[in-house]
Design a protein around this ligand. Structure first.
Ligand SMILES: [Zn+2]
Length: 116
């Protein structure tokens, strides 16, 4: 019983996390549209893992998921500040190891639970 209950709690937790992710995506969009590098159609440009990273034949150079590109650290940090004010999880900027000319991404700061 305990393990079934535990599985259900995990499933509920995943659903809650997915719902929160959807809320965060909706909050993030107008902010990212303002600070990110945009396509000619006005959508944020993303950085994708190369084919050799995806299929495991080359070294991993960054996130395995597409990440929104910021041309400047200042733009990434400004977006991070606005995202936090909008209710998103705390984020910080980092230079992309994949970038040839230099671009930045945001990543969530994992907070340490002070109660642990
Ligand atoms: Zn990148």
């Amino acid at each position: 019983m305990a393990s079934r209950s535990s599985r259900m709690d995990r499933a509920g937790g995943v659903r809650a996390r997915q719902a929160l992710d959807a809320v965060e995506r909706a909050l993030r969009k107008p902010i990212l549209d303002r600070y990110a590098r945009l396509t000619t159609s006005g959508k944020p440009v993303t950085c994708q893992p190369r084919a050799d990273e995806r299929n495991g034949t080359g070294p991993s150079r960054g996130s395995k998921y597409p990440k929104v590109i910021f041309d400047l650290e200042a733009a990434a940090l400004a977006a991070a500040r606005e995202l936090v004010r909008a209710g998103c999880r705390p984020m910080t900027a980092y230079p992309c190891p994949r970038s040839r000319r230099g671009h930045w991404h945001l990543k969530t700061i994992r907070q340490i639970d002070a109660d642990q």
